[in-house]
Design a protein around this ligand. Structure first.
Ligand SMILES: [Zn+2]
Length: 222
């Protein structure tokens, strides 16, 4: 079976990406990070989604003690009610996060003999993070071709971004079509009992469900 490594955060996008890869016949190996984020809720969600999909997962603990992000530092406020079309990069950006995550995924994939890495990056309804954009993914792909043993042997590992050009509403519809357990996913940057409703991540998710004309079963789950 065609093995793939899936970066799984426990949010709607990465969970949909997992189910998408699975629907394409891949044997999915999920990679979940405990990287010092503000709350453990998303890690619990990621594990629950991997189990629901009957996929293996690795939970890797890494440290970014220098912080530099509202997601890593409780002293920095998470922006509320931010304009979703704002062009500045918000305080929730984590320095080099996807470079770090993809590098772990590349190592895992190469050791595992997987030829694909799936990441739920999205460059439409997103917060403007540079490491979610197609230009970054293309550049990273070139780097893998040059920097991996499999790359120089002509068996390049590809970085798959099935959601990158989709709107949040499209992602919601895809998630529902694929049977993603939406109620197990967690998108909020805060770790409260219920989603805060005012952070970028909550508002983008809400916009997606509204535009898809569907109730969010994850909205009230805890
Ligand atoms: Zn929130």
């Amino acid at each position: 079976m065609n093995k793939a490594v899936i970066l799984l955060s426990g949010g709607l996008d990465s969970s949909t990406t997992l189910y998408y890869a699975r629907s394409k016949g891949h044997a999915c190996h999920c990679l979940i990070f405990d990287y010092g984020q503000r709350h453990k809720k998303e890690i619990l969600s990621a594990k629950a989604v991997a189990r629901a999909a009957h996929c293996a997962f690795e939970l890797v603990k890494i440290a970014l003690p220098w912080k530099g992000s509202a997601l890593l530092d409780k002293k920095v406020n998470i922006p509320k009610h931010r304009k979703l079309d704002a062009t500045n990069i918000p305080a929730t950006y984590v320095p080099a996060r996807n470079i770090i995550f993809l590098s772990f995924a590349a190592s895992y994939a190469e050791a595992l003999g997987a030829r694909h890495i799936f990441i739920g990056a999205n460059a439409v309804d997103y917060s403007g993070y540079p490491d979610c954009r197609p230009a970054f993914i293309h550049a990273y792909q070139s780097m893998l071709a040059q920097g991996l043993k499999t790359g120089v042997e002509g068996k390049t590992i590809t970085v798959e971004t099935p959601l990158i050009h989709l709107t949040k509403a499209h992602i919601v519809r895809l998630a529902l079509k694929l049977g993603v357990p939406v109620e197990k996913t967690w998108s909020c940057y805060q770790g409260g009992r219920t989603p805060c409703g005012v952070c970028d991540s909550c508002r983008l998710r809400e916009k997606g469900f509204q535009e898809a004309n569907h109730e969010d079963r994850g909205r009230t789950s805890s």
